[in-house]
Design a protein around this ligand. Structure first.
Ligand code: IMP
Length: 207
């Protein structure tokens, strides 16, 4: 089946998170697409009840598209640790608790790895992106970046689990890389991160 392309020049970014909005606006800028956020439009935030990254991205995008009457783009992402059966996965944000304490979330991952008895430190980040239209059509893509977990965490750039994630083939963690290095924001660069990779797949498919 052929993918549906975006035909207008305005979309809703289905997030209330200012960091995510800024990042997605940067990624959309070369296509001259105006991005308004679900937060700015005061759209309600649906509960993330899906069991996969793709399902959660789709339910956020569909809720925003239906409520606004415009195509809507949503992302859902997280860290999957091999020795923990893919956890924290879709619950990556929740492991940081209400106060979004990622130092604690990283400690928790490290403790659970210790308790697992495994010396397998492989992990990968996943990002699913979904563009939904008000008629219910959706296009969903996924990006991944694989690597290993280091302890103690290194670097204070980035966010979330970045300081303990060492991408394959690199000697610096995501916490030690600038946004340009992590996402490849320069023209012609694809970027290392799961989100940049998902965005490239999305652009090829829908833009
Ligand atoms: P979401 O808002 O449900 O997609 O939450 C994703 C969560 O996964 C974030 O709060 C972070 O904990 C984690 N995460 C996703 N992408 C990254 C990344 O690029 N670096 C570090 N942590 C990330």
């Amino acid at each position: 089946m052929t993918a549906r392309r975006l035909d207008g020049d305005k979309i809703v970014v289905a997030t209330h998170n200012k960091g995510k909005l800024a990042e997605i606006r940067d990624l959309l800028a070369p296509w001259r697409i105006e991005a308004v956020s679900a937060g700015e439009l005061e759209l309600p935030e649906p509960e993330e009840t899906g069991e996969t990254f793709e399902a959660n991205a789709a339910l956020k995008a569909l809720a925003a598209a239906t409520a606004s009457g415009l195509p809507a783009l949503a992302d859902d992402s997280g860290l999957c640790v091999a020795a923990l059966g893919g956890q924290p996965g879709i619950y990556s944000a929740r492991w940081a608790g209400e106060d979004k304490d990622f130092a604690r979330a990283m400690r928790n991952v490290e403790e659970q790895l210790g308790q697992s008895g495994s010396d397998d430190r492989r992990a990968h980040f996943v990002a699913a992106l979904c563009l939904a239209w008000p008629d219910g059509h959706t296009e969903t893509v996924r990006g991944e970046v694989h690597g290993t977990l280091v302890w103690p965490p290194r670097g204070d750039l980035g966010f979330g689990y970045d300081p303990m994630f060492l991408p394959e083939g690199e000697n610096r963690t995501f916490g030690e890389m600038t946004a340009e290095e992590k996402h490849g924001l320069r023209p012609g660069e694809t970027g290392l991160s799961h989100r940049a990779r998902a965005f490239s797949a999305f652009a090829a498919r829908c833009l």
